[in-house]
Design a protein around this ligand. Structure first.
Ligand code: GLN
Length: 471
């Protein structure tokens, strides 16, 4: 059985008609992993026993004609920043190499409750810091569509697992593009939900005012099914809310698509720009109205993002002190224990961000950097609010480049940060954003990014389905 061609509805149907069992679906996932993962390295750990137990429970439900959950029998992969009780959660870091999660993240409880099969934990840039999955302490992940290239990051393992047909869906986490970029690079659909739409209880934090959990899938339909399972208010995450806006009267002929002029300027690889413009033209031909909009403060978004990201990361990562969690190397004094443990177990990018963030938050610089970045954030939010007075969604590229070669940007942190230029705005403004395959250039996938007002994921799925169906 090839998982790479199955969608969630095919799986539901196959289980009901007994074309295959959930156990066979789990086995199909393991056999794809055995065949492909030695090369791709999407997984840090395969949770065979857990998935087989869940599969047996689904098969029993089928035999007893009990109602099946929305993700029954669906092989699902999880970014290694998401806690699964009793399973290691490293977040791609030596610091957590031997950390076993003591409880399930809320999204994991929800997947389990929907009868999904959790097949394993996927590779990622250390603590989510990166855009290529090369910053993992446990080796790089390769792009299944071109093994010389990166899968994008930081949730690169999750994207690669679905693109390689090792899993049918996966969850990632997106602080500045970490779901949308790998989705774009691996030819998948990926959603960064509205801030607050999905609980983050049980997620290893990077930057708490930006982080969101969301799904990867091969189709918009599957992405929506997974989102519906994981979303909603959770008493264990005070930032979570129930506020979905449905769009029952959607019609492409009524859709006004905002095209920010700032998104098509300098820095955009023309071959990527052409695919995006072509897709927009086809949407126009299908009846949508294209409206040029302006997001004037977007030119400061990346700078503001890297101040806020590093500041919040430096605070969040203070908990890894060599005493309470993770790696520990005892020194002669308390300070030495901190220094030895953190010095040895954190990678270069993590150290860089802790230093940058600590600097930006320090007395004397706090106003000049952190407060200023927060002001930019407000201005950016206002730009988008203004644009959404005129349009329903905003469209543009996900990444300024095609998937790049492994090693190409590793020596140049600023070049790596620039990959995030179009994605960070959705995190800074809390808005939902979908990456949907728009076509290919040089035989590599290009993703279109669609953004909508808060809690209008439903509109993104409807518009995304139209993009998916374009020929
Ligand atoms: N490339 C971004 C960064 O390194 C993505 C982070 C993320 O979304 N986790 O900060």
């Amino acid at each position: 059985m090839e998982l790479g061609t199955l969608g969630i509805k095919d799986i539901q149907e196959g289980l009901q008609k007994k074309t295959f069992s959930a156990t066979e679906l789990a086995e199909a996932s393991f056999s794809a992993i055995r065949e492909k993962d030695p090369k791709i390295h999407a997984f840090l750990e395969v949770t065979e026993n857990l998935a087989l137990e869940q599969a047996a429970a689904v098969d029993k439900k089928v035999a007893n004609k009990e109602k099946l959950g929305a993700l029954a029998g669906v092989p699902s992969a999880l970014k290694d920043a998401i806690l699964v009780k009793g399973v290691r959660a490293t977040a791609g870091s030596r610091m957590l190499e031997n950390y076993t999660a003591p409880y399930d993240a809320t999204v994991v409880e929800k997947l389990k409750g929907a009868d999904a099969l959790l097949v394993g934990k996927t590779n990622m840039d250390e603590f989510g810091m990166g855009a290529s999955t090369e910053n993992s302490a446990f080796g790089v992940t390769r792009n299944p569509l071109d093994e010389e290239r990166v899968p994008g990051g930081s949730s690169g393992g999750s994207a690669a697992s679905v693109a390689a047909g090792e899993a049918v869906i996966a969850l990632g986490e997106d602080t500045g593009g970490s779901i949308r970029l790998p989705a774009s690079f691996c030819g998948l659909v990926g959603l960064k939900p509205t801030y607050g739409a999905v609980s983050r209880n049980g997620i290893i934090a990077l930057a708490s005012s930006l982080d969101q959990v969301g799904p990867f899938a091969r189709t918009v339909e599957d992405c929506e099914i997974v989102f519906d399972v994981i979303r909603g208010k959770d008493p264990l995450d005070a930032t979570s809310v129930d506020a979905q806006v449905q769009d029952p009267n959607f019609k492409i002929q009524n859709l006004r698509i905002g095209v920010p002029k700032e998104y098509f300027g300098e820095g955009l690889d023309p071959v990527v720009g052409d695919v995006i413009k072509n897709t927009l033209k086809k949407l126009e031909d299908a009846g949508a109205k294209l409206v040029e909009v302006s997001i004037p403060h977007v030119q400061y978004a990346l700078a503001a993002y890297y101040i806020i990201n590093t500041s919040e990361a430096s605070a969040n990562l203070a908990r890894y002190d060599g005493i309470r969690y993770g790696f520990s190397k005892a020194g002669n004094t308390l300070l030495e224990t901190y220094l030895e443990s953190r010095g040895e177990a954190f990678g270069t990018e993590v150290k860089r961000r802790i230093m940058l963030g600590t600097y930006a938050l320090s007395a004397g610089y706090y106003d000049a950097y952190y407060i200023k970045a927060q002001k930019v954030r407000t201005l950016l939010k206002q730009d988008f609010e203004k644009a959404f007075e005129e349009v329903d969604v905003i469209a543009g590229p996900v990444s300024p480049f095609l998937p790049f070669k492994i090693g190409e940007k590793m020596q140049d942190p600023l070049a790596m940060y620039l990959v995030d230029i179009y994605t960070v705005s959705a995190n800074l403004t809390a808005l939902p954003s979908l990456s949907v395959p728009a076509g290919k250039a040089e035989n590599l996938p290009v993703g279109l990014q669609l953004m909508a007002p808060a809690f209008q994921e439903n509109l993104l799925f409807k518009a995304g389905s139209v993009v998916e169906a374009l020929k």
